[in-house]
Design a protein around this ligand. Sequence first.
Ligand SMILES: Cc1cc2nc3c(=O)[nH]c(=O)nc-3n(C[C@H](O)[C@H](O)[C@H](O)COP(=O)(O)OP(=O)(O)OC[C@H]3O[C@@H](n4cnc5c(N)ncnc54)[C@H](O)[C@@H]3O)c2cc1C
Length: 288
Amino acid sequence: MYDIIIIGMGISGITAAIYGKRKNLKVLLLDKSMPGGMLNNLEKVSNYPGFTNIKGSELALHLFNQVKALDIPYKLEEVVKIEKKANFLVKTKTNQYETKNIILATGKKPKLLGINSERDYFGRGLSTCAVCDGNFYKDLDVAVIGNNKLAIEESLYLSNIVKKLYFITNIDLDLTKLKNIKNIQIIKDEIKEINGENDKISAITLKSNKVLNVKGLFVYNGYIPNTDLLNEFKVNKEAGYILVNENYETNIPHLYAIGDVIKKGIYQLITAAFDGLKVVDKINKETK
Ligand SMILES: Cc1cc2nc3c(=O)[nH]c(=O)nc-3n(C[C@H](O)[C@H](O)[C@H](O)COP(=O)(O)OP(=O)(O)OC[C@H]3O[C@@H](n4cnc5c(N)ncnc54)[C@H](O)[C@@H]3O)c2cc1C
């Protein structure tokens, strides 16, 4: 039986585990993917004290090394179900674990466009992360569709790798940064359809019926918090984000949430880390 199971090894979850371990709580960290979470997608980290120039993946590695150095138990397993009996049962695809408290630190995932078959092309030409996948499109033509600053930053990054980049948007964005880049063409339009060949993207058709022969499509359409695991719990949310009190308690006793998955004012690494510290302080006082 664990005192705390932390679902998610992003900066918020790892920080909670570090403080939990220091307070001698029995902690288990679980992640379905790579330790570091969102950090692994960031080319460059800004605004994090102590680092003027560090890649997200490097900071992610520092965090993971700290988990290992402190001997914090972790497993790379996807949590697929949470059940509440006297305690919580956390089920992964291969195991199940019992715990008194859960900290949900699952972050958020990119929102796609809602057009036909896009999910089928995920990883087959469709991507939401230039830093992760940009190199697959070296000297090829790609399109970026986006309605935010992230789309612009990711396009600047991709323009150094790809042959030609079509930047597609249907809203008024300040595109000054993209205008003088030789291999970027800005198109005011929307995507109607993704066209494929051998299960991979071969082109996209725009609402104007223009066809762009691209091998890659990068989508930047905002994010959705990862709260599916709580579907059966009637957890209070606002616009999809979990509502917590000042101690990070949800409306379900002993179920806490931290980081990008909660409703809060500022979504940064340092606030996510702070959430991890504060939540453990509360659980520690209750447990002892
Ligand atoms: C493009 C972009 C750039 C940014 N740049 C900066 C910056 O320069 N400086 C800064 O301070 N902040 C930046 N941020 C914000 C910062 O990255 C986030 O606030 C922070 O990383 C959130 O951490 P987290 O621990 O809440 O979630 P995440 O890092 O998203 O971690 C969530 C983890 O949960 C895991 N998970 C999800 N579901 C399950 C499941 N069912 N089972 C097991 N594991 C699961 C995921 O695999 C993931 O590892 C940026 C954000 C974005 C989107």
